[in-house]
Design a protein around this ligand. Structure first.
Ligand code: AMP
Ligand code: MN
Ligand code: MN
Ligand code: MN
Length: 280
């Protein structure tokens, strides 16, 4: 069931990482959908925030500077959103530089694998498509669709880019707690992104959320674009149990993806404390 539009959306992407729209186009889309408080949270970069801030001021949309950091915890990839960050904070800037280096290293390794699979053209297309943006697996997946090798981005992940597949290369992301320190040093709140996305047994998930809370985490995304009612209920309970606030975010990347449209996200459960009440 599509959600009614929410006035708050604190997780989305632009062309600065793997989103399809420019920052000003994302802001225009937010205004069109009635989103009054928006956070732009590109993967491992704050490069889209200046343009977004100018567009948001002109459109009367409240914009929180954000970022979605790639991290690891117990050897598994975990995404942490930083909200209301100062993009100029030195610790964060240095962390983003390190993430960029690792992204480039991994992209070179993915390209080499595609090369060996006879898919050199897809690798160069991905780079050209990304330009100055953070190069993500999404860019490689889209390129595999463009060259006609896969029918959809989802199929490209399944066939080539998911763990264990031919063009998959593991990334050495920084530790979860390290990335959370960068967010704290930048004056922001750390939010555990899309908890339903991790394929964890309940014990491991419980430990992740406990570790996140112990490291100073502020909130967990209780409502995401693709959350089911039981995902929301589970995250609500976890937030309550660990004294965390709740956040909501669509994880919008591109128009035409019904599971993640800007502002299409359920409201927070009544008893969950909104993270935006404790932001500067
Ligand atoms: P990266 O951070 O470069 O490893 O790329 C991760 C991004 O790929 C995520 O933020 C999603 O946007 C996208 N992604 C991951 N898995 C899938 C999938 N199975 N289908 C479509 N997109 C995916
Ligand atoms: Mn993405
Ligand atoms: Mn994510
Ligand atoms: Mn995201």
């Amino acid at each position: 069931m599509p959600q009614p539009y929410s006035a708050v959306d604190l997780h989305c992407h632009t062309r600065a990482s793997d989103g399809r729209l420019r920052p000003e186009e994302v802001v225009a889309e937010a205004a069109r959908c009635g989103v009054q408080l928006l956070a732009i949270t590109d993967h491992d970069t704050t490069a889209g925030l200046d343009e977004a801030q100018r567009a948001a001021a002109a459109a009367g949309v409240g914009l929180l500077p954000g970022v979605e950091l790639s991290t690891q915890w117990q050897g598994r990839t975990i995404h942490v959103v930083g909200l209301a960050i100062d993009p100029a904070a030195p610790g964060l800037v240095a962390g983003l530089r390190r993430l960029d280096t690792e992204r480039q290293r991994r992209a070179d390794a993915i390209a080499a694998r595609l090369d060996r699979l006879g898919l050199t053209e897809a690798a160069s297309l991905a780079r050209a498509d990304a330009g100055d943006a953070r190069l993500t697996r999404t860019h490689f997946a889209r390129a595999l669709v463009t060259v006609g090798r896969c029918k959809s981005v989802g199929a490209a992940f399944k066939r080539y880019l998911a763990p264990g597949r031919g063009a998959y290369v593991a990334a050495e992301w920084p530790e979860l707690t390290e990335a959370m320190d960068w967010i704290r040093d930048a004056g922001g709140q750390a939010v555990l992104a899309h908890p339903q996305a991790y394929q964890f047994g309940s014990g491991l998930r419980e430990r992740l959320i406990a570790a996140f809370a112990a490291a100073g985490g502020g909130a967990i995304e209780v409502c995401c674009g693709n959350s089911t009612a039981s995902d929301v209920e589970r995250a609500r309970r976890e937030a309550e149990m660990h004294g965390l606030c709740g956040s909501i975010g669509s994880d919008f990347h591109a128009p035409g993806q019904p599971w993640a449209q800007l502002g299409r996200v359920a409201p927070l459960p009544r008893t969950t404390k909104p993270v935006w009440n404790r932001l500067r």
